[in-house]
Design a protein around this ligand. Structure first.
Ligand code: SF4
Length: 491
């Protein structure tokens, strides 16, 4: 007894056996029988000292522990266990045999929680695991009902742990999908369920952590909220409803997720985060800013779940001079990948809506720098508005004349007059940016945004088309012709 007891203690110490294991007895000089208390139940385990493998003997309720006098009652269970269920591993095998861990999860842990064993799901998970760890792109397709979400979550978490042990790497896994429903299901249901099952079976030691990363327009901006609130308070009758809603929001300070409030899209767009935060004086007490800093400094994050546009925007703006939109990750899972190319065309494309210049002018009209010329500043703003009106008048006419369809097939070619207008608009924006004070926070449409869009629209390598939203607002849109190369380079 002393030698096998000491052996168990050694294995506990080296992490091969769970640290809370309690020695019971040794069976046939080969199997150390021990138990672990899991929440409300007690698992009896047989550890084969020759092979080092463990198997589950029996699970009892807490308070139904075997004693020395009743140990013999365990013998039939031990015999059955070592013969038929010698697959249940309590060992952490992430480092030496991760594919076996995937097998154990799908063949033992999940069935123990009511899931059926699906060979296709296990194969899929292993293929994805190989893709992750061998730095390949694994293109996987599976029928509805295969359980692909669990497949990639298991593959990703095993690969992440494996990399952690082998290379000391501790980066989250990025999961990007097309629909918000799926993103919520992954963060609120799939990951917590998987976490609980893996904890119960000692596959992981801490609960899995996940965060849903939405675009910044889903979050509350204190600066824009106060600015907008101050303005509409001047017209209490006209904005009675909005004022009431904003008062309610003010009371629930701390909740920065605007999707949690029942507010219209228009109101949301007035108080959400937009443009850049650089230089904002409210940054110190800004909950959104705090949320972002925590996100970047949290070392325990396992998954960041986001949408295709946000993920692609993070790749597009990676080298720019601000905090990256997403944390760097060890692996990326692109779910609902059939929507990925369309999202890339949107994200790597640019557009100017017919109201954008007006929004820009309203945002910057009081931002003239003290040293610049007041009259020139006002004239430039007026000229910019005029060029924009004329441009969209001609585009609207083009739309009527050609009876253009709603989809992106309705491509147009800008005339020399229209490109000339765009060039003049660019010069005017540059002039205004030179004269205005250097502030970009709180401005819904920034000069930088407009300049990027005009540059792209005037490039010969772009596909240009017109789009009308549900309110009849026209937008001039473009996307690069070589989207495949851009994706290869950025993603
Ligand atoms: S730091 Fe950004 S989000 Fe926060 S109040 Fe300022 S502009 Fe708004």
């Amino acid at each position: 007894m002393t030698a096998t007891f000491a052996l168990l203690e050694d294995w506990k110490y080296s992490g091969k056996v769970h640290k809370d294991a309690t020695y019971d007895f040794t069976f046939e000089d080969r199997y150390i029988i021990y138990h672990i208390t899991l929440r409300n139940k007690v698992d009896y385990i047989a550890l084969d000292i020759i092979t080092g493998l463990s198997s589950s003997v029996i699970t009892k309720r807490k308070g139904e522990l075997y004693t020395e006098a009743s140990f013999r009652k365990l013998i039939p269970h031990i015999l059955y266990s070592v013969k038929y269920t010698g697959d249940k591993r309590y060992l952490n095998r992430f480092a030496d045999d991760p594919l076996k861990v995937i097998d154990s999860i799908f063949r033992v842990v999940l069935p123990g929680n009511g899931y059926s064993i699906r060979e296709e799901q296990i194969d899929l998970s292993k293929k994805m695991y190989i893709g992750f760890t061998e730095k390949q792109a694994a293109l996987c397709e599976a029928e509805v009902g295969t359980g692909k979400t669990l497949s990639y979550l298991v593959a990703a978490i095993v690969a992440k742990h494996h990399n952690g042990i082998k290379y000391g790497q501790n980066l989250p896994v990025t999961v990007t999908t097309s629909s918000i429903e799926l993103q919520k299901a992954i963060v609120e249901r799939e990951i917590p369920n998987l976490s609980k099952m893996l904890l119960d079976y000692y596959i992981i030691e801490k609960p899995l952590t996940a965060v849903l990363r939405k675009g910044k327009e889903h979050y509350f901006c204190r600066y824009r909220f106060e600015d907008f609130f101050k303005n509409i308070k001047k017209y209490p009758e006209k904005y009675k409803t909005e004022i009431e809603i904003l008062k309610q929001i003010e009371k629930t300070c701390g909740c920065i997720d605007l999707d949690k409030y029942r507010i219209s899209g228009t109101l949301k767009s007035r108080i959400c985060v937009k443009g850049s935060c650089a230089g904002c004086r409210r940054m110190k007490d800004c909950a959104y800013s705090d949320f972002c800093s925590k996100m970047y400094s949290c070392s325990e994050l396992d998954f960041q779940v986001t949408n295709h546009n946000m993920y692609l925007m993070a790749q597009k703006t990676k080298a720019e001079d601000h905090l990256p939109l997403l944390r760097e990750s060890c692996f990326v899972v692109v779910d609902e990948a059939h929507k990925f190319k369309e999202a890339a065309e949107d994200t790597f494309g640019e557009k100017i809506g017919e109201k954008d210049i007006e929004k820009y002018v309203n945002g910057v009209k009081f931002l003239r720098s003290p040293v610049s010329d007041r009259i020139k500043y006002r004239e430039s703003l007026e000229k910019l508005l005029k060029e924009n009106t004329e441009l969209f008048k001609s585009l609207r006419k083009l739309r009527h004349d050609n009876d253009i369809d709603e989809d992106r097939e309705s491509i147009i070619k800008l005339s020399a007059i229209q490109t000339g207008r765009l060039k003049r608009m660019m010069q005017l924006i540059e002039k205004i940016e030179d004269m205005k004070i250097n502030r970009s926070y709180g401005i819904p449409v920034t000069g930088m945004l407009l300049k990027n869009a005009i540059t792209a629209l005037n490039k010969g390598s772009s596909i240009v088309w017109l789009d009308t939203d549900e309110n009849g607002i026209l937008s001039l849109c473009c996307t690069p012709k070589d989207i495949n190369n851009i994706l290869r380079e950025k993603v």
